[in-house]
Write a protein that binds this ligand. Structure first.
Ligand SMILES: NC(=O)c1ccc[n+]([C@@H]2O[C@H](COP(=O)([O-])OP(=O)(O)OC[C@H]3O[C@@H](n4cnc5c(N)ncnc54)[C@H](O)[C@@H]3O)[C@@H](O)[C@H]2O)c1
Length: 385
């Protein structure tokens, strides 16, 4: 590819993810550094156009960040051959028609997760984009975070021996909106608007488990709507209809058992908002989004159960920190850079719409497990290609 700029249509930049992570921390950060640095030392500049429903909001963002182009007409942006990539950060339930339009216009696609609300639709999209031969990628941001990069390094080095089990704890208290405003949008708590913690988080857990430990083979999930009413952005009380917590067990890879708690109704007593403890035959690790600690078998203490004596051993002090050994930037930007380099090189992006569809499948099967009270076999369908 021989060119100086890549045109990117950014749809949904007034939203939480679209504005902060994709526009400001990724696209504008790259633009403001003079463009995307390539291996040969050259740079390709980015040409963003903002798309949304509210012209005033777009104008404000464009003015604030020195962006020349914005429009409320997606078709107009898609018709412009100067734009190569369509990026979608809309609410999930508005995404599929927009992605299909972009596909029809022959654009490369980059999408927030999940790509669709149902596995049927997500799988259809994956097939359509593959058949059309369009470059495609889906946000798998957690894999680009320092903690999970360190964990991947440990797994790949064989540090754990055989990985027996993983315990994941994700969550924090999301205020109800009455006496303190909620720190998440209200649609997250309405099933009819695409909300729910399973739909939100299980697509992440699918690619995290797949990438680190192998494909998810089965899921058992118990969900709850712990808080029955919340107060929305307009100060109106509404009934919550979506799950705000999910307690799940997965069989992953060659028999690794993963327990994962996901909740917007827990108070944090951890070092980070998500933590995974991995226990293997040779070693264990506890990692969060940024940091990690390990304990190899050679320095594993020998606790003896004795309820009559207070245990004075400081178990936490037996763990050693995992060093950074690299510089880590913003995870969203790191994936954007990889996606753009793949686009320029004409090589498929490793986290594609098929991977996105597997994530939606896991969320769907988890909800089925909750409804039926059964463990659901995924029949190898979340197999990575
Ligand atoms: N990767 C992650 O860690 C992560 C985290 C949170 C959310 N997300 C995903 O990002 C997406 C956006 O979530 P958010 O929290 O930023 O939501 P948000 O409500 O803050 O933003 C949604 C955006 O979509 C636009 N929009 C809403 N309804 C629309 C419609 N009918 N037509 C066109 N545009 C519409 C809004 O104007 C806004 O720009 C969701 O798909 C969500 O699953 C990903």
């Amino acid at each position: 590819m021989n060119r100086q700029t890549i045109g990117i249509i950014l749809n949904g930049v007034t939203g939480r993810m679209g504005y902060r992570q994709h526009l400001v921390r990724s696209i504008l950060a790259i633009r403001d550094e003079g463009g995307l640095a390539l291996a040969d030392g050259s740079r390709i500049q980015l040409r963003p156009v903002l798309v949304g429903r509210n012209k005033d909001k777009l104008q404000r963002i464009a003015f604030l960040h020195g962006i020349d182009e914005y429009t409320t007409d997606l078709d107009e942006a898609l018709a412009d051959p100067g734009f190569d990539i369509y990026a979608d950060f809309l609410l999930t339930n508005a995404r599929v028609p927009a992605l299909r339009k972009a596909m029809a216009a022959g654009k490369a696609l980059y999408s927030e997760k999940p790509t669709a609300e149902t596995h049927a639709e997500a799988a259809e999209l994956a097939e359509e984009v593959e058949n059309a031969g369009l470059h495609n990628g889906v946000v798998h941001d957690k894999l680009y975070l320092p903690g999970l990069l360190k964990l991947k390094r440990l797994v790949d080095s064989g540090f754990f021996g055989r990985v027996l089990s993983v315990r994941g704890e994700f969550g924090y208290w999301v205020f109800e909106g009455d006496w303190q405003s909620s720190q998440r949008p209200s649609w997250n708590y309405r099933a009819e608007d695409g909300g729910g913690i399973v739909v939100d988080m299980f697509p992440h857990w699918n690619y995290v488990f797949e990438h680190l430990f192998g494909s998810v083979r089965s899921v058992y999930a118990h969900t709850a709507t712990h808080i029955p009413q919340r107060v929305d952005e307009q100060n109106r009380t509404y009934d919550t209809t979506a799950d705000d917590a999910a307690y799940a067990i997965f069989e992953v890879g060659d028999g690794t058992v993963v327990q994962m708690n996901s909740s917007w109704c827990v108070r944090v007593n951890r070092e980070e908002l998500v933590e995974f403890q991995v226990d293997g035959t040779h070693a264990s690790a506890v990692v969060g989004l940024f940091n990690g600690h390990v304990q190899p078998r050679e320095i594993t203490p020998r606790p003896v159960w004795n309820p009559d004596l207070a245990d004075t051993h400081d178990y936490r002090s037996d763990w050693a920190p995992v060093p950074d050994n690299a510089e880590y930037g913003n995870g969203f930007r790191a994936q954007w850079e990889e996606y753009l380099r793949d686009y320029i090189a004409g090589t498929p992006h490793r986290f594609d719409f098929a991977s996105a569809a597997r994530g939606v499948l896991l969320a769907e099967r988890a909800l089925e497990s909750d409804r039926t009270g059964r463990r659901i076999d995924l029949g190898g369908k979340t197999e990575a290609r």
